[in-house]
Design a protein around this ligand. Structure first.
Ligand code: SAM
Ligand code: SF4
Length: 326
């Protein structure tokens, strides 16, 4: 699947739900969102059909995301169904880990190859304040342990940087990579309709984070773990893990974009931001050939996102990343 800018699209992020058991301050409003109706959601069979068709067109990797994917019932069933699709050679999951302790083993057995966990602080009270969910921290920690025990090592940990909230933990997060083979990835906060104040006032760039780490010790650039995402990776000399930087705001990496997104209600999005999306669900349910719709989405894939710091101008009306899978 080549787009009009010569980028090869081989990676699909599949959102299985827009719901979540947390309310991260940078992601979702406290009161939640107008949730999608159940009959609007793609069934596991429909998701599998779309992925099978796209695999025939060159799709190679799938990441299951949300909302929080583990709040959707029987997720391992979907994993087994996707695992059986010829051509898909990498199946991964993004989760907040709250429910991972219960599900890690079944997900591994069903065929998940890799897991990314979102963890924005190492301190219980901070995690629970960011997530707006008291009691979530011990469950997340148990989820991380269960993931490692189930064989998901090395884990990737995603940390959204928020000035004045967790930027004093950059060195602590990086220190973990000296002890464990984890890949800690700092993510720049992106503006959406529900976080404009936060993203305008408390943005913290990865450039500043890496500068702080280099003051501790020199970092060497490294290849990074499999997954081919937008992160650039660095390592303290001799450390088993790496530090990654995901810089949608300070260093646009759209020229390397290799992905599209399938929303939980069956819209194929060529870019995380913007208004462009194609309804695959209705033609699929009507028994139509969806290949022309996928081709058209590829054709309209924009050259880059147009996010503006502190404004929702470029987000295309997106209120929360939980709507699209992040
Ligand atoms: N619930 C799962 C989780 O938190 O990992 C999967 C969905 S979440 C939308 C996917 C990723 O998007 C997470 O790593 C989260 O931290 C990140 N994210 C959400 N809103 C963001 C924002 N406004 N800017 C940057 N990253 C964001
Ligand atoms: Fe939920 Fe993930 Fe959004 Fe946090 S970042 S509210 S865990 S979807």
């Amino acid at each position: 699947m080549l787009d009009t800018f010569g980028r090869r699209v081989e990676y699909l992020r599949v959102s299985v739900t827009d719901k979540c058991n947390l309310r991260c301050t940078y992601c979702m409003p406290m009161e939640g969102m107008p949730w999608m109706r159940r009959d609007e959601l793609l069934t596991y069979e429909e998701i599998t059909s779309i992925v099978r068709i796209m695999a025939g067109m060159g799709l190679r990797r799938v990441r299951i995301t949300g909302g929080e994917p583990l709040v959707r019932r029987d997720l391992p069933e979907l994993v087994s169904m996707l695992k059986g699709i010829p051509g898909i050679d990498d199946l991964s999951l993004s989760t907040n880990a709250v429910l991972l302790e219960e599900h890690a083993r079944a997900l591994r057995d069903a065929g998940i190859d890799r897991v990314n966990v979102s963890l924005d602080s190492l301190r219980a009270e901070r995690v629970e304040a960011i997530a707006r969910r008291p009691g979530s921290f011990p469950r997340i920690m148990a989820g991380l342990d269960a993931a490692e025990a189930a064989g998901f090592a090395p884990l990737k940990i995603n940390v959204v940087l928020i000035r004045g909230v967790n930027d004093d933990e950059i060195e602590d997060f990086a220190a973990i990579t000296r002890e464990r083979p984890w890949h800690v990835r700092f993510i720049e906060l992106m503006p959406t309709g529900s976080n404009l104040d936060l993203s305008a006032r408390q943005f913290f760039s990865c450039t500043e984070a890496l500068r702080r780490l280099r003051a501790v010790e020199e970092l060497e650039p490294v290849e990074g773990p499999p997954g081919n995402g937008p992160a650039t990776y660095h390592r303290f000399p001799g450390a088993p893990g790496t530090v990654g930087a995901i810089t949608p705001m300070s260093h646009n990496y759209c020229d390397r974009c290799n992905r599209m997104r399938l929303t939980a209600d069956g819209h194929l999005r060529p870019c995380l931001f913007g208004e462009l999306q194609t309804n695959l669900r209705d033609p699929l349910r009507a028994g139509a050939d969806i290949v022309p719709f996928i081709d058209e989405t590829l054709r309209i894939k924009p050259e880059r996102h147009h996010l503006v710091q502190g404004s929702d101008a470029g987000s295309g009306g997106l209120v929360a990343l939980s709507q699209t899978g992040g």
